[in-house]
Write a new protein. Structure first.
Length: 137
């Protein structure tokens, strides 16, 4: 059954749900000891979609809550959601550097969240080879 997303109106409740999202993720991690004695940490990477599921809203509603020109905009809730997004970005960067998650997937998410890259620039890569045209003969 598809229902309308709920409206976020209480900043304290929103903060509580955001904190629960991050603590539940941390509590669900598994630490395995490999045969060589190394420890490997397994946990799901944080995502905006995952946070939205905890909040009971769609990802488009998440964007609307952060848009100052939208009727859903609330300064306090926007600040909480921006902080949560920053926490997600920070955790993704940290997780990639520690080898928790696949680098390409995290880089794609970071790019999508606007943390790396220029989303409005042309992303075409041009390679110019200079040198001797007879190098392969």
């Amino acid at each position: 059954m598809i229902t309308k997303p709920i409206k976020l109106t209480d900043p304290d409740k929103v903060q509580e749900i955001v904190d629960k999202y991050f603590s539940d993720r941390k509590n669900s991690e598994e630490v395995l000891i490999l045969k060589n004695g190394d420890k490997k940490v397994y946990r799901d990477p944080p995502t905006i979609i995952g946070l939205c599921q905890y909040l009971g809203i769609s990802h488009t509603s998440f964007d609307r809550y952060m848009d100052e020109e939208n009727e859903l905009y609330n300064k306090e809730i926007c600040a909480i959601l921006r902080d949560a997004k920053d926490r997600i970005i920070n955790e993704l960067v940290d997780g990639v550097s520690k080898g928790y998650w696949t680098e390409k997937i995290c880089l794609a998410m970071l790019s999508r969240y606007g943390f790396i890259g220029d989303t409005e620039a042309d992303t075409t890569v041009k390679i110019i080879m200079q040198g001797d045209p007879n190098w392969s003969k």
